[in-house]
Design a protein around this ligand. Structure first.
Ligand code: HEC
Length: 152
């Protein structure tokens, strides 16, 4: 009986560690239809993520067109549109469902767009902007290679 308290405490510690792993690290995932990991979200959350994705692609389009025209204000505006500020709109319900690596790649992508906006406003070096955009697109393809979405 002397050790019961410790056993219970260890049990809780183990449970907490498991829950932390499940909710923070792993997220809500299931085997996908292909080699990618499927993240299981609600139909609304899936629509939200896909709309954000289409906005990413439009901003990439506008950044490239802005660079070609030499319109750095348009480049900065498009890049800002995909920046960190947009993450405030992410539904709180998604936090526990998205794997840590997905969130890391997502945040890093938004930060890179902010950096492109800063470059466009400051030095406005076209080659540098295209190089930064190319690096940002590596995040898109890396995430797409790893994850798919499945509505529950
Ligand atoms: C953190 C992960 C992640 C990042 C980063 C990411 N995507 Fe996605 N994207 C996804 C997932 C997951 C899907 C859904 C794929 C599926 O279910 O097959 C998706 C889907 C899309 C779609 C399809 C949208 C639709 O309506 O079907 C487009 C377009 C897209 N992404 C563009 C981009 C672009 C451009 C970037 C980079 C600027 C990007 N994504 C970065 C995870 C990501």
């Amino acid at each position: 009986m002397k050790y019961l308290g410790w056993i219970v405490a260890a049990g809780f510690a183990g449970l907490s560690a498991y829950l932390a792993y499940a909710f923070i690290y792993q997220g809500r995932v299931a085997p996908g239809e292909d080699e990618r990991t499927a993240i299981v979200v609600s139909a609304d959350e899936r629509r939200f993520i896909l709309a954000e994705m289409r906005a990413f692609l439009e901003d990439v389009e506008n950044i490239i067109q802005g660079v070609v025209r030499g319109d750095m204000a348009a480049v900065a505006k498009a890049a800002k549109n995909s920046g960190m500020a947009t993450t405030h709109n992410v539904p709180g319900s998604l936090r526990g469902k998205l794997p840590l690596e997905f969130k890391r790649l997502g945040f890093d992508t938004h930060k890179r767009f902010d950096a492109i906006a800063e470059e466009a406003a400051a030095m406005a070096d076209k080659n540098k902007i295209l190089e930064m955009l190319g690096d940002t697109l590596s995040n898109c393809t890396a995430c797409h290679a790893s994850y798919s979405l499945k509505a529950d």
